[in-house]
Design a protein around this ligand. Structure first.
Ligand code: VGL
Ligand code: ZN
Length: 198
């Protein structure tokens, strides 16, 4: 059984969103096309409380892009994004959702960020995605979405280390690129760790 994992295709990551990924909207038609080829589709949703400690606004004197230590982990500070219940946290309007089996929300604990759809950044808590996929008999996953250099990368790296045969659908991903070519470096890192890039 193979599954499609759609990562964080939410309004705040689209152009004009709070944490805009350049050309992020271009992944939507790719996601819709790939959905027709999979029997099991799951999505991840960045889903932060307003007091989330990854938000620069929750740290006096800090700005988006600054790096801090958050409970022992390095944390890039982000603009306020994907706050639970807001329009920015909703899935892109043009994204087909009818076939989805389940949505896995992440980033809900204000004290730790969660880029991967499987675990938080400290690998302290599990979202349930791995056991859900295993219970469905999934051995192979295809991943696309936003952003290549953060949530897609960490979801793919965890998928490999959990033993899933992991494919990255490259034309269905776009990067934030805080530094130029972060997306390319992320793809190289995924490849080096056994992700099959298509
Ligand atoms: C993401 C930064 C912060 C992502 C989520 O979906 O890649 N990036 N939160
Ligand atoms: Zn986030």
């Amino acid at each position: 059984m193979k599954a499609l994992i759609l990562v964080d295709i939410q309004n705040d990551f689209l152009p004009c969103g709070a944490l805009a990924v350049p050309h992020g909207d271009e992944v939507i038609p790719v996601a819709n096309e790939y959905q027709t080829r999979f029997d099991l589709i799951v999505a991840t949703q960045d889903w932060h409380p307003a007091d989330h400690q990854s938000f620069a606004a929750n740290h006096a004197g800090k700005q988006a892009g600054d790096l801090i230590d958050l409970n022992g982990l390095p944390q890039i500070l982000w603009p306020v994004h994907c706050v639970q219940g807001t329009r920015g946290a909703e899935f892109a309007a043009a994204l087909k959702t009818e076939q989805w089996a389940k949505v896995f929300q992440k980033g809900v604990d204000p004290e730790i960020d969660s880029y991967s759809g499987f675990f938080d950044n400290g690998h302290r808590k599990d979202t349930g995605l791995a056991s859900y996929l295993r219970d469905c008999g999934v051995h192979s996953v295809h991943i696309l979405g936003l952003a290549t250099d953060y949530c897609v990368k960490f979801t793919a790296l965890d998928a490999v280390s959990l033993g899933f045969r992991t494919h990255l659908i490259l034309d269905g991903c776009r990067g934030v690129n805080l530094q130029p070519n972060d997306d390319q470096r992320a793809v190289d890192e995924m490849k080096a760790n056994g992700v099959l890039v298509m």
